[in-house]
Design a protein around this ligand. Sequence first.
Ligand code: 9D3
Length: 264
Amino acid sequence: MPMNVAIITLFPEMFAAITQYGITSRALKDGLVNLHCFNPRDYTTDKHQTVDDRPYGGGPGMVMKVEPLKKALDAALNWHVQVVTDKNSEPPTVIYMSPQGKVLRHSDVDATTVQRSMIIIAGRYEGIDQRFIDNYIDEQWSIGDFVLSGGELPCMVMLDAMIRKLPGAMGASESHEQDSFENGLLDCPHYTRPVSLVGLECIEPAIQQNNQKCDVPSVLLSGNHSAIAQWRREQSLLATANARPDLLDGATLSKNDQKVLAKK
Ligand code: 9D3
């Protein structure tokens, strides 16, 4: 059974960003995930296909109306009944992408991916009528403390993070077992050919004179796999201590890890 996700959005075309490109596109093609968009505008009955209205109490901006959202939600629930063949499965989790939601972390992605059936609402304008949230929404998620223009990009961000974790979504060469955050730390630096930037026409002389920034660290060329693993772990720890010291509190650190961090 694929992961079944219904999306409620005024801009279904935006979702081409995940349906047409890369790992997420392939996962769809391979039937690991089933996406379907429902546009509240299609469920309006007035001539102007009104989906928003002015806020009670006044103030700037517009609010998404309950009725078109509820009709889109009913259509999404019906779609789930059609596509989910196992009649014993849980009803879909109804998720609202919202600046008022809990900030999504990788551990939340793991937990959410297990719910194989979801309806995700991407809002526009100032948001949706609170009564729709109170009556129909199970979970609210934000992707961080910055202001965007709508919930579609956050929805795609969350879906991308979930879809690439589905069994079979990634080949062996794209394995996510070593992903940054999977072990609670930031990733180590990566290098590929050539082994030196010296003599390359496209690289400035000033950079060519700095061996430190010109050569691949020799340990990576040593063939000594335990030394390489140790170097990578050390680099991960140092990068994390430098950019995200908050992550070290949640990470499992060995005696050796603590020694690395103590002497920096
Ligand atoms: C003036 C108050 N603003 C709320 C913080 C208004 C407002 C800003 C942005 C209302 C809606 C939006 C649109 N953003 C989202 O729908 C959204 C979002 C985001 O802006 N940042 C991080 N995560 C998310 S999830 C959905």
